[in-house]
Write a protein that binds this ligand. Structure first.
Ligand SMILES: Cc1ncc(COP(=O)(O)O)c(C=O)c1O
Length: 389
């Protein structure tokens, strides 16, 4: 049986594969999947329960209930100054479907998409499924951000290709860095000159610790496709609710892709989403305070142990270097750490070749789990360092 070759060549993400591989290790503390440990706020759950009681259990309009589109339009306007009309917003099955619908809508076979790496795992496979080409841009020497000169040089090096879009994701999974307004503004003239779409995945926009978040569409409204959602901001990963926000001409086309992939997202989740966006304005900032304390604790412990890491200014990830004395690659390191120290982290190679030699810690875990895992890491690190020396 021959199935779609593109599907044959992609794999389940390294995050999930690694997480599944170490799940049987006894007493393992998982700092793996990017999943808030905090519960969905009670006021949101209450509204969803009531929605079921009220039989709000049928199909919704394709793009989502009008009340949800309006609530999203107001929310993102108040938070970031975005000016999307309700009719320019599609409610999707998480940010994941937003990414897939966007790429499948704008890409022709053979088009090229630019992606700064290391990067979140879901972009590359969808670009492949769309029969398009991915051009990765190594950001490891530039503090894990894309500098204007590198973008310019990449565009020139690939002049002969059909350059269609640039994917930005900030705050960034897996590195936890984010961009300042000035850094984004400096990219703008180059992006405009090349006529690129920008697919801006801002799912971690509520989680910036040292600076306000700048939404890319405030700089480049005409060709930015904004992706966001409630998974991280309101601890709603399981509800599967995200958003695509884009100018009407693009949304009209995206609506068709979205319809034939999923029809619409869950009506119950949409009821919860209306509540989150209408009365949950402070939920994200409240959670951010908790994550920030964890971030501060984590970097202190990592420094004390002797790890080299990228200082995380956003999201809930720390990107940490595999110790120099470790003889293997990041997958082998993470496997050994899971088996010997019973602490699970994600190998950097899951985020592309440029992530090799590093690993990702998710600190969306309880303070107790973080403390215990850092104690284990410290003991293990001391023991292996002595062994090697
Ligand atoms: C950068 C990024 N984009 C998208 C997603 C997917 O989000 P959702 O759970 O809303 O589908 C994630 C999840 O970890 C992510 O890290």
């Amino acid at each position: 049986m021959t199935i779609n070759q593109q599907i044959q060549h992609i794999q389940v993400s390294g995050i999930r594969r690694f997480d599944e591989a170490i799940s049987e290790v006894p007493d393992i503390i998982k700092l793996t999947v990017g999943e808030p440990d905090l519960p969905t706020p009670a006021h949101i759950k209450k509204v969803a329960i009531q929605a079921i009681r009220d039989d709000w259990t049928h199909y919704s309009p394709l793009m989502g209930f009008a009340a949800l589109q309006t609530a999203a339009s107001n929310y993102f306007q108040k938070k970031y100054g975005l000016t999307y009309a309700p009719s320019e917003i599609i409610a999707t099955v998480g940010a994941t479907e937003a990414v897939a619908t966007t790429l499948m809508t704008i890409l022709n076979p053979g088009d090229a998409v630019l992606l700064p790496t290391p990067a979140y795992t879901s972009y590359k496979p969808v670009v492949s499924i769309a029969n398009a080409n991915l051009i990765t841009i190594d950001t490891t020497r530039d503090g894990y951000k894309l500098p204007p000169a590198t973008l310019q040089a990449t565009l020139e090096a690939h002049r002969s290709e059909r350059l269609k879009a640039l994917i930005l994701n900030y705050p960034t999974n897996p590195t936890g860095v984010t961009y300042t307004h000035a850094e984004l503004a400096a990219l703008l003239p180059i992006i405009k000159a090349a006529g690129l779409f920008v697919i801006s995945d801002e799912i971690y926009s509520e989680l910036t610790y040292e600076q306000p978040h700048t939404a890319f569409a405030t700089l480049y409204p005409e060709k930015t496709i904004t992706i966001n959602g409630l998974s991280k901001s309101h601890a709603m990963t399981g509800w599967r609710l995200g958003f695509i926000m884009a100018p009407t001409n693009l949304i009209t086309e995206m609506k068709k892709t979205h319809q034939y992939l999923v029809t619409s997202t869950s009506s119950i989740s949409q009821a919860a989403g209306i509540e989150a966006l209408t009365h949950g304005f402070e939920d994200g900032p409240d959670m951010r305070k908790i994550y920030q304390q964890r971030r501060d604790y984590l970097v202190k412990r990592l420094s004390e142990i002797g790890f080299n890491y990228i200082y995380p200014t956003g999201a809930f990830y720390a990107f940490v270097q595999v110790p120099q004395h470790f003889p293997g690659n990041s997958w082998q390191f993470a496997t050994q750490l899971a088996n010997e120290a019973h602490v699970a982290v994600i190998p950097g190679s899951a985020f592309g070749e440029t992530g090799e030699g590093w690993f990702r810690i998710s600190y969306a875990a309880s303070q107790a789990a973080l403390r215990e895992s850092m104690n284990r890491l410290a003991t293990w690190y001391a023991a292996t360092t002595t062994k090697e020396d």
